[in-house]
Structures are given as structure tokens and as C-alpha cells.
Design a protein around this ligand. Structure first.
Ligand SMILES: [Zn+2]
Length: 248
């Protein structure tokens, strides 16, 4: 995260699908280019935005699916504030905190800057297109880095300030959104402390007052949670972007 220059996030697109062919068939609505530059269209904002290309896109998802998670980075240190992740994807919040009272308030000038920054954030998907010599080229592209920055931003502040949290970042491409809705989650079970080791009665209780066996087991569990050897608590955040024209 921190190793990348912030402006990289506007350019960090990878092509998911590249299509080329005669412009009269592929996309007659596109104007011929006068240079080699690509036209950029933000995707994912309007339901019918790629209707003209549906016939091209309908066959694409099967070939694009990458159901396994691909790891981008591991053990990356999560900074203490969101804007340290990336000033583009996580612009500084326009909030000031009174050092004495701890009261939080919004700074008017900063709020305008923040709103502008939010509007200029790179979209998750874009379409690059150009027409040269009656040949059209289309590249449907995704910005994995900006999605990773959004997910990491939501993890900031969830852990105690004295900890130095580490994050592993992965991504995957799922083309069947119905499968996502059907995914089976682990059954929730209420755990019990019947197997926990009972702690000693705490010192300093009034004479004759002791904890019950169950209470001492609960106390033993609580002490164990504060031990240095306890397994770390894992928090997960997902940033999801759906491109309806490519979903099936
Ligand atoms: Zn970013």
C-alpha cells in the first residue's frame, strides 16, 4: 500500500477482456480517433450502460472467471489512519477533534476538498476504447489496487491503537453473481466453557465469598484471552464491485 505513489491508483488498471474488430460491426456508435489515445468510460454506474455490447460480453464471463483468491500482498502493516493508506482512495476526513474534550466536528473548507476527492476517486471498472482505420479496440479493465485500498480503509481503527495490525490482501473474479448469493456460510454455534480450565478465586474477595465453579471457568477463559500466546483475532473486509453486463 504505502510503497506505491498515490497517483498510481488512477493508472492501476488491468485489462480483463480485450476485444478488437471492424468498428462498423463491433461498435458503430464510436467516433474514429484522431490520435492513438484511448477514450475512457467509467463503468458500473448505470444499469444499461453497455447494452450495445451485450452480444460481445455474453460469451466472455466463462473465460474470465478466476474463482480462486489470488494474493497481492501478505503481512503488510496497516497504518494508523485511513489517509496514510492512499490519499486518493482514502482522502483525509474533514473532521477535527478537540484535544481537550475529544469532541469531533466538521471543518467546512476541508469538507469541500473531501467531497471533490471522493468524486475524483478512480472507479473499479473502466472501458478503454479507440477506433483507428475502421478497427475498434475495446479493453474492459479493473482497478484491483483501488478496491484493496477501500477494503483496507475499513479495517483501520478496528484494533487497539497499541497493536501494529498486519493485513493480507487477495482478490478474485467471480462471473456468476448468483453463486455469490448462494454461498454457504459456516453454521453459527454458541460455544460453552465447560471444557475451560477454572481459575483460582481472585485474591481480595471478602471473607467467605468465593466464585462458583462455572464462574471460575469463565474467569479462566477471560484470563486466557489476554495471554500473549492467544491466537490473533482475524477481521475480514471485502470490497465488491459488480459489472452487471458481465455478470451471469
Ligand atoms: Zn489508492
Amino acid at each position: 500500500m504505502g510503497a506505491h505513489a498515490a497517483e498510481d491508483c488512477h493508472k492501476a488498471y488491468s485489462a480483463l477482456l480485450a476485444v478488437s474488430g471492424p468498428s462498423a460491426i463491433l461498435c458503430p456508435q464510436l467516433e474514429p480517433n484522431t490520435s492513438l489515445d484511448w477514450e475512457i468510460q467509467k463503468l458500473g454506474r448505470f444499469p444499461g450502460e453497455l447494452n450495445d455490447l451485450n452480444w460481445v460480453l455474453q460469451r466472455a464471463p466463462m473465460q474470465m472467471a478466476m474463482h480462486d483468491w489470488k494474493q497481492i500482498s501478505t503481512d503488510t502493516t496497516l497504518p494508523p489512519s485511513r489517509d496514510q493508506i492512499c490519499s486518493i482512495c482514502q482522502p483525509k476526513l474533514p473532521i477535527i477533534t478537540d484535544p481537550k474534550s475529544g469532541a469531533r466536528s466538521e471543518k467546512a473548507q476541508e469538507a469541500a476538498r473531501y467531497e471533490r476527492s471522493i468524486k475524483l476517486q478512480p472507479p473499479s471498472y473502466i472501458l478503454l476504447s479507440r477506433v483507428i482505420d475502421e478497427q475498434a479496440e475495446l479493453r474492459f479493465s479493473v482497478n484491483i489496487r483501488t478496491m484493496a485500498h477501500h477494503a483496507c480503509g475499513r479495517l483501520v481503527g478496528l484494533v487497539h491503537a497499541s497493536d501494529v495490525p498486519k493485513v493480507d490482501i487477495s482478490w478474485r473474479l467471480v462471473t456468476n453473481t448468483l453463486d455469490l448469493a448462494k454461498r454457504s456460510l459456516r453454521a453459527f454455534t454458541l460455544s460453552s466453557n465447560t471444557e475451560d480450565t477454572a481459575a483460582e478465586n481472585p485474591p481480595g474477595f471478602e471473607k467467605g465469598v468465593t466464585l462458583d465453579e462455572e464462574q471460575r471457568r469463565s474467569l479462566g477463559w477471560m484470563i486466557a484471552q489476554e495471554s500473549e500466546e492467544i491466537d490473533p483475532f482475524t477481521e475480514e473486509e471485502v470490497d465488491e464491485a459488480i459489472l452487471p453486463a458481465m455478470a451471469c
